[in-house]
Design a protein around this ligand. Structure first.
Ligand SMILES: [Mn+2]
Length: 429
């Protein structure tokens, strides 16, 4: 992600919040991600470990945070290890952080080269009582490569078999799911850039345009505003609107079809998640508008129902109840079919088969424990109902990134057209 200066106070506060959750006399270690290889000497774009970014603001490989908040020696309470830069590296790979910069970005005073890590770590391991190690505990992760954190865990277990290890991920989930005003402000900026991309798309979409050109319009606005795609965008026209994770984005948009756009900008390491569905010709057909307005009513109903204390599964149940009503009205099934439905396979799931909400933050499906955690003020989450009628080749999904207050949900995308009349007006300007 391109560099934008974020106030180091965010990372200082994040570490202070973590310190409060750790056991007395304990130490925590958080590793950066690897630069992932492709083929030959190629690499993928670097993506920082979200927990390390959250605690340090550092966007560079080969970085370690050694965190020991109640160490008697103040200089040992937080130590940041970064990759040692030199003239050779500068010529070949370009710029790397100096120690002074890493200090300024993270607010950590004790910044050292990574070659110093083993000596400091050994001292901590011999003196501190317990150890927190980090791992990816996202409930939907299907990692098939070993992360730096995971290799580190194995090494620790081998070198220090008598220590007691704890899961840092549990504490990180608890912290990261509640966003500070600074974090919400950065996400608001990501939403704004997403809206700029959408405005450009509304101007340019017409029959005959390729889905790839639509993707390029988003990319143009994102890159210009120092943002990136926060996930592979879904640019799905016609029957593809019913393919939930369609990412081919290479079809010609046909007159009279819908175009579903599930896209988000990532800015300053935080992300937005938006879905809009627009008529390729600039006007919805009566049937498309019928389905669109049904989804919009579900969106409004879920937004109204989003209150602190509910779980993610409660929101899904509310969305399914509302969508079921709408499906009846759209003639997708009848009252008597509904009465006869089996509880294991509710009819509504044929037309609405995904969740209505997930946490959003540094990651687009940000950390949360969906079975245990209740949404609370400070959560940033999606509100994304949809109705997909495969037999008609017609799918509509609408999604905003929203945040939760004591009184309920507030959209961070209020300025992005959502009403069908507004969409048509923008497309026909
Ligand atoms: Mn989403």
């Amino acid at each position: 992600m391109k560099y934008i200066p974020t106030d180091p106070e965010l990372f200082i506060q994040n570490r202070a919040r973590l310190a409060k959750l750790m056991k007395p006399g304990s130490v925590a270690v958080v590793n950066s991600n690897d630069i992932m290889p492709t083929n030959a000497d190629g690499t993928m774009a670097f993506v920082q470990n979200s927990d390390l970014y959250y605690l340090t603001g550092i966007n560079q490989e080969e970085t370690i945070l050694l965190f020991c908040p109640d160490n008697p020696n103040p200089m040992m309470r937080e130590i940041l290890f970064i990759r040692e830069t030199n003239d050779y590296l500068t010529i070949w790979e370009g710029y790397k952080y100096t120690q002074e910069e890493a200090r300024r970005i993270s607010g950590i005073q004790n910044v050292r080269w990574i070659s110093d890590f083993p000596v400091f770590f050994r001292q901590m391991m011999c003196e501190q009582r317990e150890v927190y190690l980090n791992s990816n505990e996202h409930y939907r992760a299907t990692d098939c490569v070993e992360t730096r954190d995971m290799r580190f865990i194995k090494q620790c277990q081998k070198d220090y078999p008598l220590h007691t290890y704890f899961r840092l991920a549990q504490l990180m989930h608890e912290l990261r799911v509640i966003k500070s005003p600074t974090e919400i402000e950065i996400i608001r900026q990501a939403c704004e850039i997403t809206g700029k991309g959408f405005a450009r798309v509304l101007k340019n979409v017409k029959p005959g345009i390729n889905e790839a050109e639509v993707e390029a319009d988003f990319a143009y606005e994102f890159l210009r505003h120092k943002a990136v795609f926060s996930f592979l965008p879904i640019i799905a026209s016609g029957a593809n609107t019913c393919v939930l994770h369609y990412i081919r984005n290479d079809q010609v948009c046909q007159e009279g079809d819908l175009l579903l756009l599930d896209v988000g900008a990532g800015y300053g390491n935080y992300v937005a998640d938006m879905t809009r569905t627009i008529p390729i010709s600039g006007r919805f057909t009566p049937r498309q508008r019928q389905v669109y307005e049904a989804v919009l009513r579900v969106y409004r109903g879920v937004m109204k129902a989003m209150k602190p204390g509910l779980g993610i599964e409660d929101l899904r149940r509310i969305a399914e109840e509302l969508t079921q009503e709408e499906c009846l009205r759209l003639g997708l099934f009848t009252e008597s079919e509904l009465k006869a439905q089996s509880p294991e396979a509710p009819l509504v799931r044929k037309y609405f088969m995904h969740g209505v909400s997930h946490s959003i933050g540094i990651d687009v499906h940000d950390v949360m424990y969906p079975q245990y955690q209740k949404i609370a003020p400070g959560w940033v989450l999606s509100c994304e109902p949809g109705i997909y009628i495969r037999e008609e080749g017609l799918g509509v999904r609408l999604e905003d990134t929203v945040y939760l207050t004591e009184n309920g949900a507030v959209s961070l995308m209020e300025n992005i057209p959502l009403e069908p009349d507004d969409i048509e007006a923008e497309m026909n300007k």
